[in-house]
Design a protein around this ligand. Sequence first.
Ligand SMILES: Cc1cc2nc3c(=O)[nH]c(=O)nc-3n(C[C@H](O)[C@H](O)[C@H](O)COP(=O)(O)OP(=O)(O)OC[C@H]3O[C@@H](n4cnc5c(N)ncnc54)[C@H](O)[C@@H]3O)c2cc1C
Length: 379
Amino acid sequence: MNKSVRVIVIGGGITGATVAANLSVQGQQVSLLEKQTVGGNGATKYSGALFRLFDPDPEIARLTRNSVELMETSRVGEVFAQSLRRCGILYACEKTQLNDDAISRCIAQHSDALYALERVSPQAACELSNGCYPSDNVRTLLYEPKGGVGDIRKTARDMAHLIRSYGNLVLENAHINAISSTASGVTVRCGSYVLEADYLVLAAGAWSRQLADELPIDTRSIPLASLRARRESPIPIIDTETGTHVIPLQGGYYQAGSKIRASAVDPESLRYDTGLIVPDILGRLKGSGLEHTAADVVTVLEGFDSYTADGRPVVDFIDVHKRCVAATGFCGIGYKVALAVAERVKYMLLSEEMAWNSPFSDSRHLFAAARFDAPETVQ
Ligand SMILES: Cc1cc2nc3c(=O)[nH]c(=O)nc-3n(C[C@H](O)[C@H](O)[C@H](O)COP(=O)(O)OP(=O)(O)OC[C@H]3O[C@@H](n4cnc5c(N)ncnc54)[C@H](O)[C@@H]3O)c2cc1C
């Protein structure tokens, strides 16, 4: 991959910042354009940033495993890993044959010395979580000792620092007026400034459709609350049966999630009903064995992300000239897959045949924008 290209990346959330840093480290000429501040807007602004490998979707687990490997093998991964607190993470789901099988498959495929996946008993889960997980709550329980919580906003800023250290441009408060792509390259008009490049990466999260309205994504809310903890768990707990997660914050607080979702075309059109969100969060916590009242709720955070219909992102060329790659639609998992996505984008732009040319080349179609196209009707 000794090709030399100029790339413009739009969007300084975790995806765009990691993509731009990964290309910078390869010696490519990169400009990152962000309409506010890097890491300070969009899903990245609100993200809980849990890192866990297991996912009910095996393709997302594969991507996450690739992120785990990149933390060991790449410069960008090394910087990324510096703000991941590997405190361990507990995943609890309803005890069914389906869940048991999915977890067994994931352990068989991905668990090794680099990243262990361990089934634990309710008693062990109770001990690991300082009593927050009730020992009499019999579920299927998975513990990932090297999972944890990332300081995602710091990671995005560290990526910006890395980009600049290679002499590349990070432009904040950038107002993009127009984008055009031709067979020979792309042009982005930003105020009175015109930037030209060989490729464009569109990583504008839930705003991506404002720039390319054919993208099959919408915006969905992911509300969560910060609460005063009555008992502190040193590890995050994801409880899929009650549909909540608990993320320990420092100093006696934690964040917990709600399942109340609203959808809209863009973040500005989303509506949050705190009157519903707070009781929803408290009810789910109670189901997980954590009793709280509304007085414990300190803030409600109005998080959101870009979503696709099948829960997988779009990482694909979206124009006929193959000049513009979209990396969007992260459906609430964009932090843990950011490194793997950045690596895929690198392969797409730098390998001569535009193939991913990686262990993932067989799954390229799963992340293609065209997977949502209606099948042609036979006359
Ligand atoms: C509450 C919550 C909890 C989450 N928990 C987890 C988790 O536990 N684990 C996990 O892996 N993921 C989690 N996620 C998901 C993850 O945070 C997101 O998938 C990820 O942050 C998406 O990053 P992004 O860069 O694609 O988009 P964003 O972070 O939305 O970034 C898009 C950026 O593009 C910029 N932009 C938009 N339009 C323009 C324009 N015209 N010009 C220039 N810039 C533009 C925006 O200002 C923004 O900075 C969570 C998300 C939320 C909200």
